[in-house]
Write a protein that binds this ligand. Structure first.
Ligand code: E4P
Length: 221
C-alpha cells in the first residue's frame, strides 16, 4: 500500500519526504507549468530527494509530451539518464502504448496515464507498463465510476495473474477517493500534497488531545 505525491513542487516533496511515508512522486505537464521551471531540472531534483542515504529510492514519474512514439522515446531516454528511480509517463494512446512496449522491453519503467477504461488498462499491461493511472476525479467529472473501474482492473489483473503492473489511482480530490481506491484494490494512490496533509486529521483526535494536554497540566501543577 504505497503513497505517492502528485506535485512538481520540490520543496513540498522534500518536506513530506521526511515523514518516511512517501514512496514516490507523479508529475504531469500541468504540474510542471505550475512549477514554472525546466522539467528536466525539476525531475533531477526530485530524483535526488529520493536518492538520499538510508531512504527508499521511490518512483518519480516524468511525463513525455509528443505525438509519436519515436519522439516520446527520445524524451524518455533523457529523463531515464537522470537516475534509476525515474519512471516514464506516457499517455494511453496508440503511440504512447508503442513507446511503452519499446521502453519496457528495455527494462525502463513506464506509467501509462490518462486511463479511463478497462480496455485501456489491459493494453497498457500487455505493453509492459509498471504502472497504470486510472483518473478517479476526472472519471467522476464525466459520470464514469472511477472506483468501479479500479475494481474491474483489479479483478481482471488478478484473474490473469498480472502482478507486474501496479494500479496507481490518480486524479484524487478527497479522502473518500483515497479510501475507496485502496478498498477497490489500488496498489498506490497519488495525492495532491493538501490531501496528504488531510489524511491524518480528525476532529476527535484534536478533542482527545486537548483533553489529555489539560489533564497532564493538571497532574503536573
Ligand atoms: C496523475 O498522475 C496526474 O498527475 C494527476 O493525478 C491528475 O490529476 P487532476 O485530474 O487533478 O489534474
Amino acid at each position: 500500500m504505497k503513497i505517492f505525491l502528485d506535485t512538481s513542487d520540490v520543496d513540498v516533496i522534500k518536506h513530506h519526504y521526511q515523514t518516511g511515508l512517501v514512496d514516490g512522486v507523479t508529475t504531469n505537464p500541468t504540474l510542471m507549468m505550475q512549477a514554472g521551471r525546466n522539467p528536466v531540472e525539476v525531475i533531477s531534483e526530485i530524483s535526488s530527494v529520493f536518492s538520499g542515504r538510508g531512504y527508499r529510492i521511490g518512483s518519480i514519474s516524468a511525463e513525455v509530451v509528443a505525438d509519436n512514439a519515436e519522439e516520446m522515446i527520445l524524451q524518455a531516454e533523457q529523463y531515464h539518464s537522470i537516475g534509476d528511480n525515474i519512471t516514464i509517463k506516457v499517455p494511453c494512446t496508440y503511440e504512447g502504448l508503442k513507446a511503452c512496449k519499446a521502453l519496457s522491453d528495455r527494462n525502463i519503467k513506464v506509467n501509462v496515464t490518462l486511463i479511463f477504461s478497462l480496455s485501456q488498462s489491459i493494453l497498457a499491461a500487455k505493453a509492459g507498463a509498471s504502472y497504470i493511472s486510472p483518473f478517479v476525479g476526472r472519471c467522476e467529472d464525466n459520470n464514469i465510476d472511477g472506483i468501479d473501474l479500479i475494481s474491474s482492473i483489479k479483478r481482471v489483473f488478478t484473474l490473469n495473474s498480472i502482478t507486474t503492473t501496479n494500479i496507481l489511482a490518480a486524479s484524487i480530490r478527497n479522502i473518500e477517493h483515497i479510501n475507496d481506491s485502496y478498498k477497490a484494490g489500488a496498489d498506490i494512490v497519488t495525492l495532491p500534497p493538501k490531501i496528504f496533509e488531510e489524511m491524518y486529521k480528525h476532529s476527535l483526535t484534536d478533542q482527545g488531545l486537548a483533553q489529555f494536554d489539560k489533564d497532564w497540566k493538571e497532574l503536573n501543577k
